[in-house]
Ligand binder design. Structure first.
Ligand code: SF4
Length: 429
């Protein structure tokens, strides 16, 4: 059986043109996906069932027991943390928010350690963004800043930018200009018409210089800014002003370097400035396939995109205080439910150390670095493969992911729904 137009559940591009061949209950071939997407569909090292730590070893348990363990852990905790969410679909994220509110806990998603600063900047100055479709059909100038889509979002260039012909661009490769700004050469810089190599940590200064040139104040600049010659900066601004439609895409190389959210604010203000001359937009290269959805769901349910603390009985948000890394580093939380993410692979050592000291339940199909310190792991279906649901693409477009396979694993939504229902029985009898 061939399933057409399946959605790849790996990165924020959410490519929706994947063809999956299923034979004898197994995926045997995947067409149109990149290497990362292929690996996601074809890789299969899932845990066969829930496991519970037993001294230095693990023992198999039933789903009922695993759910009961999670319920008891959350009900007994004074300050539970519910973390992750970017690798699951919106329906499961909704259950998570309801659960956090009922428990008076904290719910945070992975954007607090990736594009959180981008969101803070957007909260301050707005987001002049657009859909990937608009970029594909209209943009004749692309700027990739602090990101390497060839490695992280491989089909971004082939579906929407460098190689994608659009309604107003019949020969995209010839008619689109691509500028890449980075601190080093990458696979993506090799494809650029113009590579701007800046010194590490100089993004804010270079953005300010570009803004000054766009405003006609470039004469006051020194001969180089952040390692970039003034002539090159003038040439970049010239290219931008001559473009009919420009699009900036930025990654963690801009968001998580010195300046953090101020960098993004400056980049948005550069786009504002360029929009006085032509049409310009800016968007983040979101990583996990539904990390954008976790921000959307949290925002429309609580008013805040991540790091939401319900301990006061209302939603409270203060990044740096109510975000997972900060709560863990202060050893504040006394139990943690981790859903569809792997903090064991990404969090600072002090946070991992605290997680190892408190009860932790992980809901995830695969054994990963977090498995090393969790007490119970509950394997679930993979959204977009053996479960369907809603995910938001990196441009904020919600897409229904399809189920292409039946495996018998429960979905995240189902397991979370069971945990939530049991908590409701106790807290809202
Ligand atoms: Fe999947 Fe991203 Fe590759 Fe598209 S670009 S196939 S969404 S991993």
């Amino acid at each position: 059986m061939i399933i057409k137009d399946a959605v790849c559940p790996f990165c924020g591009c959410l490519c929706d043109d994947i063809e999956v061949t299923v034979d004898d209950g197994k995926i045997v071939a995947v067409d149109n996906a990149c290497t990362l997407g292929n690996h996601k569909f074809l890789g299969d090292h899932r845990l066969p069932g829930p496991i519970r730590r037993d001294g230095d070893t693990w023992k198999d348990i039933r789903y009922d027991e695993a759910v009961e363990y999670a319920v008891d852990m959350l009900l007994e905790a004074d300050r539970p943390l519910l973390y992750g969410w970017s690798g699951t679909h919106g329906e499961a994220q909704c259950v998570g928010v309801h659960m956090a509110e009922l428990l008076r806990g904290v719910i945070d998603n992975t954007s607090s350690v990736c594009h959180g600063p981008s969101i803070l900047a957007i909260q301050e100055v707005g987001h002049p963004g657009c859909t990937l479709g608009q970029v594909k059909n209209r943009a004749d100038l692309l700027i990739y800043w602090g990101c390497n889509p060839i490695d992280a979002h491989p089909r971004h260039l082939s579906r929407y930018t460098r190689y994608a012909d659009g309604f107003f661009l019949e020969n995209a490769f010839r008619d689109r200009k691509v500028i890449v700004v980075d601190v080093r050469k990458t696979e993506t810089t090799n494809l650029a018409d113009e590579f701007v190599q800046i010194q590490p940590g100089a993004d804010y200064a270079v953005l300010s210089a570009l803004r000054a040139i766009a405003r006609g104040k470039g004469d006051a600049l020194p001969r180089t800014v952040g390692g970039v010659p003034r002539e090159q900066l003038v040439r970049i601004v010239d290219l931008c002003k001559k473009a009919k439609f420009g699009a900036v895409y930025f990654g963690l190389g801009l968001t998580m370097t010195r300046g953090k959210y101020k960098n993004i604010r400056n980049a948005i203000e550069l786009v504002d400035e360029l929009s006085r001359h032509t049409k310009f937009t800016i968007s983040a290269m979101r990583g996990h396939y539904n990390v954008y959805g976790s921000n959307e769901v949290n925002t429309w349910m609580t008013g805040y995109p991540f790091g939401i603390d319900f301990s006061r009985g209302i939603a409270f948000y203060n990044p740096g205080e109510t975000t997972a890394v900060d709560i863990l580093a202060r050893k504040e939380c006394d139990a943690c439910l981790i859903v569809a993410s792997d903090p064991g692979a990404h969090f600072p050592r002090a946070c991992i150390k605290h997680l190892a000291d408190i009860p932790v339940v992980q809901i995830d199909p695969y054994a990963n670095a977090t498995t090393a310190f969790c007490d119970v792991q509950i394997p679930v279906a993979v959204t977009g493969i053996d479960a369907e649901g809603t995910a938001y693409r990196m441009d904020g477009v919600p897409i229904r992911t399809r189920k292409v396979l039946s495996t018998g694993y429960p979905s995240d939504e189902e397991i979370l729904g069971r945990i939530y229902a049991r908590i409701q029985e106790v807290r809202q009898p």
